[in-house]
Ligand binder design. Sequence first.
Ligand code: SF4
Ligand code: SF4
Length: 449
Amino acid sequence: MKQGFRGGVYLTDYSELRRPTEPVFFDPPDEMVYPLTSWNGKTSKPVVAKGEAVLVGQLIAEADGEDSSNLFCSCSGTVRIIEKRRTLSGRMQECIVVDNDGEYTECEGFGQKTDISELGTGEILKRAADAGVVTPQCLPAEKVLAVKDPGSIKTVVVNCVECDPSLFSKEVLVNCFTADIVKGADLLRRMYPDAEVVFTVGSDRADTVAKLRDDVKGENIRVEALEAIYPQGEPHCLIKTLADIDYPASVTPEELGFVIIDIRTLFAVKKAVLDGEPSMRRVITVSGDAVKNPCEFVVRDGTSLAVLLEEAGGLKDGAELKKIIVGDHMNGLTPSSADVPAEKTADAVFFMTRDYAAEAEAAMDNCVRCGRCFTVCPIGLAPQMLAVAAEMKDYERFEKKLYGMECTLCGACSFICTARRPLTQRFRHMQQEILLMREAEEKEADKNE
Ligand code: SF4
Ligand code: SF4
């Protein structure tokens, strides 16, 4: 079993939550809401108008600017309105609201199969882009798949490591959609003929490791069980673990001979490229200590989180909902209400009876200089010193002396901090402020040219 990188933290083992992994296909009955701005701020431009009839798989908004992506309708019905609604990011943003007719009538060409032998790399990338497939970071899939020289790629990592032990969506993909994953691997071997395809799985998912070893066979395909330590699934940790190569922020995986794709992205690419299904539904874990019947759903984008909670049996008797987390416990989004729609990158929704972040904030103390944060940082940064620079707004020291822009915001230091200090939150603010300053400087320089 491999770990490879320094630091990291062991998260709570949620094996008691383990359950049959057959997902429930769920067709929501009511309105569907499609935000035009993703949580990472990328916008799409609507191509439908109020009163227009729409079908499943129909383009409703197109990519508008760098790193944005096309949006597709996941139901059939009529566009009721385009208006501001609350979204996962917590902000009020323009959304296309569709009155779902419950028929789920598909648009022409939806589900049209393509033979893999007809496809070259350019066509695979184009189809994935047209279908609006994005990575978990909400970047277009071609950002991780397109390389200058496919021959230079020696390893393609299909990452199945769950970043949080209470997530099961990747496990469901491997166990219940195996044929799609096998085909997805075939696409990768077509795109990077000289590369080995390595499936990485956390060692806590023994069934998934066994399933992959049994079913995803072939020349140049390998399955690696990695130590179940957080943040094993992050690109720099994967590269360090698999090849013992340091991966500084200034280089790309491609420069190191790697392509890294998340298994959920690979699944969506396969559906788009070979099955004619644009990106509009996904496997989502609905869980948390407030939920009556935690389970995995295959969810259509635009479905309200409140509807998902209801479908999972609602709240446990007497449970009081204190927090909603979309994504993982370390880095997830925390919408203030369940009346927000599921978006493309959602892979889990947790309904919690405790707000651990607020509790930590209330219990926050002065740094006791215990040094624990230093020991867990997988990048080798000095979180305690970064925090001092952040508190003093010393941008120069944060960036140039302490390499704060290399911080991946994994959250391991905040998790382990004896004084329960919100270190990662501070680093996120500093990084955002530095990026904004850089942008302003570039604009100023352009003006003066
Ligand atoms: S959040 Fe940043 S500083 Fe903290 S452990 Fe992760 S990479 Fe290191
Ligand atoms: S873990 Fe927390 S208390 Fe300990 S040195 Fe780091 S910031 Fe200070």
